[in-house]
Design a protein around this ligand. Structure first.
Ligand SMILES: CC(C)(COP(=O)(O)OP(=O)(O)OC[C@H]1O[C@@H](n2cnc3c(N)ncnc32)[C@H](O)[C@@H]1OP(=O)(O)O)[C@@H](O)C(=O)NCCC(=O)NCCS
Length: 158
């Protein structure tokens, strides 16, 4: 996902672009996770763990790669934790793991879709756009998440 930093707002806020629209940054989050930790949770708790944490679409995507299955689950777990950090909260206030879903564009680049309580909280913070990047190797997976507001009127009025 190409992200370009554009011009700053007065007052020190920055505007980023996800190729088509400027975005005011509201929060950022990062998370690093050990893949064997997630593999162990899957081995020990199976579908009970998977269904509590990952949406059906996330499970279908991860299961499609037997070699990278645990890495993909771990990267998505990291994305959920990174998104909670970008919202400046942990897993509380009624948020479920499946409220934060990692989906994909046709080119394979990831996107976040929020549902339920997480979507309500994001909306209350003025967040209407997300940028996410994932990476994983055999034993480690990581995600960065940026929460923002696309508000062209505000940008145009600067
Ligand atoms: C897309 C690409 C950057 C992924 O990098 P990678 O080192 O192979 O793998 P990483 O673990 O760092 O990243 C994988 C994640 O990148 C994300 N991704 C895939 N395509 C993407 C794209 N077009 N844009 C942004 N992110 C993308 C996915 O979320 C993927 O994780 P997932 O499979 O769990 O969904 C890489 O495959 C690529 O195309 N590189 C271009 C250069 C190249 O071809 N190098 C190889 C020869 S030197």
């Amino acid at each position: 996902m190409r992200q370009t930093m554009e011009r700053p707002f007065a007052g020190g806020e920055f505007v980023m672009s996800d190729m088509t629209q400027p975005m005011q940054v509201i929060g950022v989050g990062i998370d690093l996770i050990e893949v064997p930790r997630i593999a162990r949770m899957i081995d020990e708790h199976g579908a009970r763990f998977l269904d509590r944490v990952f949406t059906p679409a996330e499970q279908t995507y991860a299961n499609a790669s037997p070699v990278q299955r645990a890495q993909r689950f771990a990267a998505r777990f990291a994305a959920k934790e990174a998104a909670l950090k970008a919202l400046r909260m942990g897993l509380r206030e009624g948020i479920s793991w499946t409220d934060i879903e990692c989906i994909h564009r046709s080119d394979g680049s990831p996107m976040l879709a929020l549902h339920g309580r997480a979507a309500e909280i994001a909306q209350s913070q003025g967040i209407n756009a997300w940028l996410v990047s994932l990476t994983h190797i055999q034993d480690m997976a990581a995600a960065t998440v940026t929460a923002g507001r696309k508000d062209l009127k505000k940008v145009d009025s600067q």
